[in-house]
Design a protein around this ligand. Structure first.
Ligand code: GZL
Length: 322
């Protein structure tokens, strides 16, 4: 056979192989260690993950950790003992994962991180599907810079869960976004643990400490749920959220768009609840022919303000698992 024919044959075979549809995940048992249901976004992430699994015929074993890392570690050990095909983890905090992920690696069970990152050797997980959380904070900060111009603006910050990658990264990003604008300053910053109730409680404390809120120009919340809690606290203090005190946050859940319609919120940076789609695609390729995915699969972050049809955005999201 001529060399030309051999090359054509080889090309044809490789084309055939690469175009082979990945063997599907149907019937595969996959464990999912979820943080909990602390926010509207988290609940949507859970429902979207379950529907993505159902679409693919995956037998998803779901474990809700109620915000506790020890419950996640227990669930992961249970998945390892069960001999699942893979494990999805949304890690509540960034540290303390090496031991249990080493156990998964030794059991040859691929791990995919969803939504949050960890401080651990990258060979302990197949890939991590998450947003660029520093960018989310930076976009929020840059929006506020544009909104206030040269006016002095004292900002209060509602941080996410202490030690979580989004709380660390969104704080860093926001500070980058306002850097160089001396008229903006963060005067108070405290965790509201990503929940509506805690966000309201901490905002009440900020308002009391700042002369009833007269000194506060804006609240930056690491997620919309804490922002919605803060909006209620601002109203209870007799002030107008969205005008007396600007409200900027992250997630893009329906309720923040409802607040925009009411003129009570000013900006949100969207976080997709569908991390599972890219995760399952990467897992499918890996299980089929060992394809190594990118270590970090970054999801989009988009700014929304009241100029972006908040009612339409509210209606659209209501059908997306929220
Ligand atoms: C961020 C994600 C955060 C959401 C919150 O990637 O981990 O956790 O912003 C959720 O709504 O509690």
């Amino acid at each position: 056979m001529s060399i030309i024919k051999k090359l054509a044959l080889a090309a044809g075979v490789s084309a055939l192989l690469s175009s082979a549809a990945y063997a599907d995940l149907s019937g595969k048992v996959i464990g999912f260690s979820q943080i909990g249901s602390e926010s509207g976004w988290r609940a949507a992430e859970t429902s979207v993950t379950k529907s993505e699994a159902e679409k693919l015929g995956v037998d998803l074993k779901f474990a809700d950790a109620q915000q506790k890392q020890e419950n996640q570690i227990k669930a992961i050990r249970g998945f390892i003992a069960q001999g699942v095909a893979a494990i999805l983890i949304a890690p509540v905090v960034a540290t303390g994962w090496e031991e249990v992920l080493t156990e998964a690696k030794e059991a040859n069970i691929p791990v995919i991180l969803l939504d949050r990152g960890i401080d651990a050797p990258q060979d302990l997980y197949l890939t991590s599907v998450a947003s660029d959380q520093v960018k989310e904070g930076r976009v929020a900060g840059e929006w506020l810079v544009g909104a206030v111009g040269d006016k002095e603006c004292k900002v209060v910050e509602l941080q996410g869960t202490v030690g979580s990658s989004p709380a660390i990264n969104r704080k860093q990003g926001f500070e980058e976004g306002i850097k160089g604008h001396a008229n903006l300053s963060i005067i108070r910053s405290q965790t509201g643990d990503f929940t509506r109730a805690k966000g309201k409680e901490v905002m009440e404390g900020f308002l009391k400490a700042e002369d009833g809120g007269k000194g506060i120009c804006a609240v930056y919340a690491h997620n919309d749920d804490m922002a919605v809690g803060a909006i209620q606290a601002i109203k209870d203090a007799g002030l107008k959220p969205g005008s007396d005190i600007l409200v900027v946050s992250i997630d893009g859940v329906p309720d923040i768009f409802q607040a925009m319609v009411a003129g009570e919120a000013n900006a949100t940076v969207e976080l997709t609840p569908n991390m599972a789609g890219p995760a399952f695609a990467a897992l499918d390729a890996y299980l089929t022919d060992g394809t190594q995915p990118e270590k970090f699969i970054i999801t989009e972050s988009k700014l929304y303000t009241p100029k972006d049809d908040p009612q339409g955005e509210y209606d659209r999201r209501k059908g997306l698992g929220y």
